[in-house]
Design a protein around this ligand. Structure first.
Ligand code: GAR
Length: 214
């Protein structure tokens, strides 16, 4: 007898800003190439465009303003409670600009992902977010940047790397032009990496990640 079809995995997305990566995930779920249900979008900043994008697509949103909590631990606890309440299987940080304490990634081992706008392990860690990353890349003189999807662990930007894609840094780039080129590849690789997690295809050994054949 055939096994009954499995329910799609439940994805929660954490955002702080424009939400173009969230949009890429929504688009791939709607065109059927990403087999997950986006069950919640959580923002630590009220009024951001990512929330509007979610609402346009009928996805329930929750705002958890970090400033209302005494410290990162209490804020992280509130985030964790919401993730458990919506019964998320997979969690994506998509332009989420706060560092969460260890209990959050520990609750989703191998199932919490982040997208970073550079080629980790270079240009990551504390203070390396958004335009700071692209400025550091330009200041370094490197001729290549890119995007990285990695598993979230206790140490910021240091978890196992799932997928990367390279873009050139051009001589006349500024932060804006480089960010735009990097974002384009972010939108390709994030849905792909989430798909692998949803299909239970990642084999994680220490820092190294392999992908099982389809
Ligand atoms: C993206 O470039 C993402 O990689 C970066 O912020 C931008 C958010 O864009 N994230 C970080 O820097 C996290 N360390 P989006 O809101 O349009 O997806």
């Amino acid at each position: 007898m055939k096994n009954p079809p499995k329910a799609p995995k439940r994805l929660a997305v954490l955002v702080s800003g424009s939400g173009s990566n969230l949009q890429a995930l929504i688009d791939r779920t709607e065109d059927g190439t990403l087999p997950v249900d986006i069950v919640r979008v959580i923002s630590n900043v009220p009024g951001v465009y990512a929330l509007e994008r979610a609402e346009k697509h009928g996805i329930p949103v929750k705002v958890i303003p970090h400033g209302q909590y005494a410290n990162a631990g209490e804020f992280s606890q509130a985030i964790l409670e919401e993730l458990l309440r919506c019964q998320a299987d997979i969690v994506c940080l998509a332009g989420f600009m706060r560092i969460l304490t260890a209990e959050v990634p520990l609750a989703f081992p191998g199932r919490m992902l982040n997208i970073h706008p550079a080629l980790l392990p270079a240009f990551g860690g504390k203070g390396m977010y958004g335009h700071h990353v692209h400025q550091a890349v330009l200041d370094s003189g490197t001729q290549f940047s890119g995007a990285t999807v990695h598993i979230v662990t206790e140490e910021p930007d240091a978890g196992p790397i799932v997928l990367q894609k390279i873009v050139p840094v051009l001589p006349d780039d500024d932060v804006e032009s480089l960010a735009k080129r990097v974002l384009e590849v972010e939108h390709e690789i994030y849905p792909q990496a989430v798909k692998w997690v949803a299909e239970d295809r990642l084999i994680i050994k220490g820092k190294r990640v392999a992908v099982k054949e389809d």
